[in-house]
Design a protein around this ligand. Structure first.
Ligand code: ZN
Length: 313
């Protein structure tokens, strides 16, 4: 897992963008400070690069000169600001192209210990949708999942007092939220999951593994046909995934990946490039470890496919 932390504002080509200013702080200095602190804690779980400066320049003004394809996730760090000093709270943005937001929800759940969550849709999780220039370019050009964090309001004294007093804990929580969202384990941990082993579901419920449920299905515990599908779905399980596991355990070829329809690595690479997926189990091939796992499940060689993807850029 390779993650890039972008520290918003600051050095921008030959110029300097201070970002927002408030309560005696300058945004461009704080994003470097807190971006590096997140990286310090996140390095227990992943390989992390930090970019101190405005990436906008390299994505747009000088052409697409920065390559994000080697990363699995990019977090762009900012502090919010408002003309009215009472504006406060935390929010994180993902682009409208992002299908899964478990990582961002895990970050925000932890940040709600410190700051008020700001939200504008049906799910009150602090995650918003907006195609900000940098994260949108990273997602659409390099197909890498990205998010933009507005940690708190630099113009709000109460927010900044919490920020100053709890900065280490806040950044540790952000790193642990990312780790939880991606199901990463600390390198020194004794519970480290081998890279080729199935990854456990997020610790948000006491759900059983797909295989356990599949075996229950085979023992008749979940009924048949649409009754089975409805009951599994109502219990929070992915019916397609369970059924595929049942077929696998019965030694049947999975209906969703007949050998005869297997595509060439170049065709799969094009699907990755276009953000589509011919395998009905997923709406896209994902990024990073998700992509590797999905390609393997569908019977493709992730290394060979990635080599074809690289040719497209
Ligand atoms: Zn900013």
């Amino acid at each position: 897992m390779k993650i890039m932390i972008l520290c918003g504002h600051g050095k921008d080509g030959s110029s300097y963008d201070p970002g927002a200013i408030g309560c005696g702080y300058k945004e461009a200095e704080e994003t470097i400070k807190y971006g590096n602190l997140i990286a310090k804690y996140l390095r227990q779980y992943a390989s992390v690069d930090v970019y101190e400066g405005n990436m906008y320049h390299y994505l747009f003004e000088t052409g697409h000169t920065y390559d994000f394809t080697k990363y699995d996730y990019v977090l762009e760090c900012h502090m919010n600001a408002a003309a009215n000093a009472s504006g406060h709270g935390t929010e994180i943005f993902v682009t409208t192209h992002e299908k899964e937001i478990t990582v961002e929800q895990a970050i925000m759940k932890r940040l709600s210990k410190y700051f008020t969550l700001r939200d504008n849709d049906a799910v009150f999780d602090g995650v918003k949708r907006y195609n900000w220039g940098v994260i949108n370019a990273i997602k659409t050009q390099d197909k890498v999942s990205s998010a933009l964090l507005e940690l708190c309001f630099i113009t709000n004294q109460a927010d900044m007092t919490i920020y100053a007093n709890s900065l280490e804990a806040i950044c540790k929580d952000i790193a642990e939220g990312i780790a939880e969202g991606f199901q990463l384990s600390a390198s020194g941990s004794t519970v480290k999951v081998p890279s080729n082993a199935p990854v456990a579901k997020p610790v948000t419920s006491d759900k059983k593994s797909i295989e356990t449920i599949a075996r229950e299905v085979m023992n008749g515990a979940w009924g048949n046909g649409s009754d089975r599908a409805n009951r599994l779905t109502a219990a929070g399980y992915d019916y397609q995934a369970v059924q595929a596991k049942v077929n696998e355990l019965y030694g049947m070829p999975s209906a969703s990946k007949p050998v005869s329809t297997k595509k060439s690595n170049a065709q799969i690479a094009l699907e990755i490039y276009n953000g589509t997926c011919s395998d009905p189990r997923w709406s896209d091939w994902g990024n990073g470890g998700t992509r590797v796992s999905r390609l393997q499940q569908a019977g493709y060689d992730p290394v060979a496919v990635q080599a074809e993807v690289n040719k497209l850029f």
